[in-house]
Design a protein around this ligand. Sequence first.
Ligand code: CP
Ligand code: NVA
Length: 300
Amino acid sequence: MKHLLKMMDLSGQDIERILNLADALKLEQRQGVMRHPLKGKTLAMIFEKNSTRTRVSFEVGMYQLGGHAIFLSNADSQIGRGEPIQDTARVLSRYCNGIMIRTYAQETVDQLAEWSSVPVINGLSDQSHPCQVLADLMTVRERFKKLSGLKLCYIGDGNNMANALIIGGLKCGMSVSVACPEGYEPGAKSLEFALHAGGDFTLTADPKKAAEGADVVFTDVWASMGQEKETAARKKAFAGFCVNSELMKVTNSAMVQHCLPAHHGEEITEEVFEAHATEIFDEAENRLHAQKAVMELLMA
Ligand code: CP
Ligand code: NVA
């Protein structure tokens, strides 16, 4: 593993290795054990979109591993003034030991990696959110002590989260079912993978069908970053795709996961969100442990 660019690049074994280290790092932190495998190392963090969790968990994670993180945004770096990504990659590679990027096109992440001589980590693109899905799989595994054989259901937009969950879930031997409104299906590459993965995959426009017997229910916002202008149209299209207590009744007393930020009362009711808040904030916490594992494996 040289970079973490998208979920598709990881094998089931890679995922297991990352989750095992993440569990160990979480335990170490709980026990107050300090290890500094990234002492003297620096991570550059490029943010072309907003963030709370990703920024804070990467920055805190680097600090805890003995290293340092630098925040770069479009507003105050030359990236925002059009410096080519291949030049940014070569410059940051001369100073830093790793680069995290949150951006729009997956091609930007891939190009950064192509020109970088240090590991690149995707902190969210329009196509994928691998760091989030590693934390998600870690949280589900903590609860059930396994992943294989569980039914993962995703209700909502076929976005970066849907793409990464389909691939991550299937690679871990889970049965995956997705409910999206017509016209908002996951990306072609994820669907192609799902159809050829040989696992148990269902795509439907019926949320109840997708949720039936599910062990874990995922959802995400209806309009992702960059789609703000489509908000009104999307609210209409996704009207029947709310994770509410009616939907939860058909699941196998499922746990609920949301990558956050959530729009309470849209993709998930306040009632379901609060009933599952511990699981959802465990998931947010696990971003820290999962990313520390990724950084240690890539950068130590
Ligand atoms: N889930 C997630 O990536 O959160 P942020 O957008 O706050 O980083
Ligand atoms: N799908 C959301 C995830 C945010 C963490 C977005 O891309 O905005």
